[in-house]
Design a protein around this ligand. Structure first.
Ligand SMILES: NC(=O)c1ccc[n+]([C@@H]2O[C@H](COP(=O)([O-])OP(=O)(O)OC[C@H]3O[C@@H](n4cnc5c(N)ncnc54)[C@H](O)[C@@H]3O)[C@@H](O)[C@H]2O)c1
Length: 357
């Protein structure tokens, strides 16, 4: 499903050529290859043997992310994958260590924080418009993806659920806006042990749930602010804003971090209401894959890329610690740290060949 968004974005970039694709179900890869003029379709074993592939974009199901990243790196290729980075921090660390040893890059979704909405909010905070950060609330509450995804089973297994599937968008956005997290405290449970697919394809098919689907957590950031996050697939409706950032001089209502833009609203000290804030940053439309383009530019320019493996690893450790905190009924300190990603230039990432050297 998601590969099309990436391929549409790559088609607008001069210095990325998609030369091969593969899927466990080869027919799916053949269909995509036909639609996007991709010359080579491989079985998985042969895919990693192709020396002309320099970078692998890993859009497999979450339980396979780690394995595919490792195979790509072992084959000497840079790798960028869908979120989460891996199923657990042990596997995540293996990926980062191997990449460091081989001098290769690892990148990870989400890259929606490079969209106009969150970039604009980052600019507002960096300009000091809301003063010193106080905290954040992040609410993703729905009744799950089975209403639109015809194969939602993987989203209810270990390595997914609302926390690992949707949490990366909210956590990455909060880290981009507030910096890294120091400590978490959480409670998690599951209200529906079986689910029915209501998407038209596969309608009526029941499946079992094997990971928590209702997760509430408190996040302590290194900058002293406190975040309150609920990720749930057990809720039919909510009136909460998806993401708000609070400061000593104002509040920002941040657009949906699963999208590239939306309305940015600001209410400053002494004002009675939020006002819409004009967006001047780039990437208003769905530009999934822009993180890959940024990574490729950064490889040529020998600079850090923004949607980095280190950022994704920090997000992974936070999510793993949220579940551990709930299971063990205690605070969990976060060992990893990452830099706040550098804000994008207003003109966005240049995608023409002439600009990369
Ligand atoms: N669908 C969305 O709207 C969406 C949005 C954002 C992110 N994502 C993420 O993108 C990833 C893919 O999701 P999707 O919705 O496109 O799922 P999908 O089921 O449409 O596609 C996943 C594909 O991966 C293949 N696959 C599984 N294991 C593999 C392996 N070991 N080697 C090669 N191929 C393998 C499957 O056969 C399948 O065709 C997931 O991590 C998901 O969380 C999806």
């Amino acid at each position: 499903m998601i590969s099309k968004s990436y391929l549409n974005t790559f088609s607008r970039c001069d210095f990325i050529e998609v030369i091969a694709c593969c899927d466990l179900d080869k027919k799916r890869a053949e269909e995509i290859a036909l639609s996007y003029n991709i010359p080579r379709v491989y079985d998985i074993e042969d895919f990693f043997q192709d020396n002309e592939i320099e970078l692998v974009v890993n859009l497999t199901v979450p339980s396979a992310h780690g394995e595919i990243h490792l195979r790509a790196l072992h084959a000497g290729k840079h790798t960028f994958g869908e979120k989460p980075l891996a199923a657990n921090t042990k596997e995540g660390k293996e990926i980062l260590d191997l990449a460091a040893k081989k001098g290769l890059r690892v990148g990870s979704a989400p890259d929606t924080f490079l969209g106009a909405g969150i970039q604009m909010c980052q600019q507002i905070i960096d300009d000091g418009q809301i003063g010193e950060p106080v905290g954040a609330t992040a609410f993703m509450m729905s009744h799950g993806p089975e209403s639109f995804h015809p194969r939602p089973q993987f989203l209810y297994q270990s390595g997914a659920g609302p926390l690992f599937d949707m949490g990366p968008y909210y956590l990455t956005a909060m880290i981009a806006l507030l910096g890294p997290v120091k400590k978490v405290t959480a409670s998690a449970n599951m209200r529906f042990t079986k689910r029915m697919i209501t998407a038209s394809e596969n309608y009526g098919e029941w499946f079992a749930v094997s990971t928590p689907t209702n997760v509430a957590s408190i996040l302590d950031f290194h900058n002293g602010s406190i975040g309150n996050m609920i990720m749930s697939f057990d809720v039919w409706g909510t009136g909460h804003e998806k993401l708000e950032i609070y400061g000593t001089k104002g509040t920002i209502s941040v657009p949906d971090p699963n999208r590239f833009s939306g309305e940015v609203k600001l209410q400053k000290e002494g004002e009675a209401h939020f006002s819409s804030y004009p967006i001047t940053s780039g990437y208003i439309d769905n530009t999934r894959g822009i993180g890959v383009i940024d990574m490729v530019r950064a490889i040529f320019q020998k600079k850090p890329h923004r949607a980095s493996g280190e950022l994704a690893f920090h997000v992974l450790e936070i999510m793993e610690s949220v579940l551990k905190s709930s299971q063990e009924a205690r605070h969990c300190n976060i060992q990893s740290i990452c830099d706040k990603p550098v804000i994008l230039p207003v003109s966005g990432i240049q995608t023409d060949q002439d600009t990369i050297n």
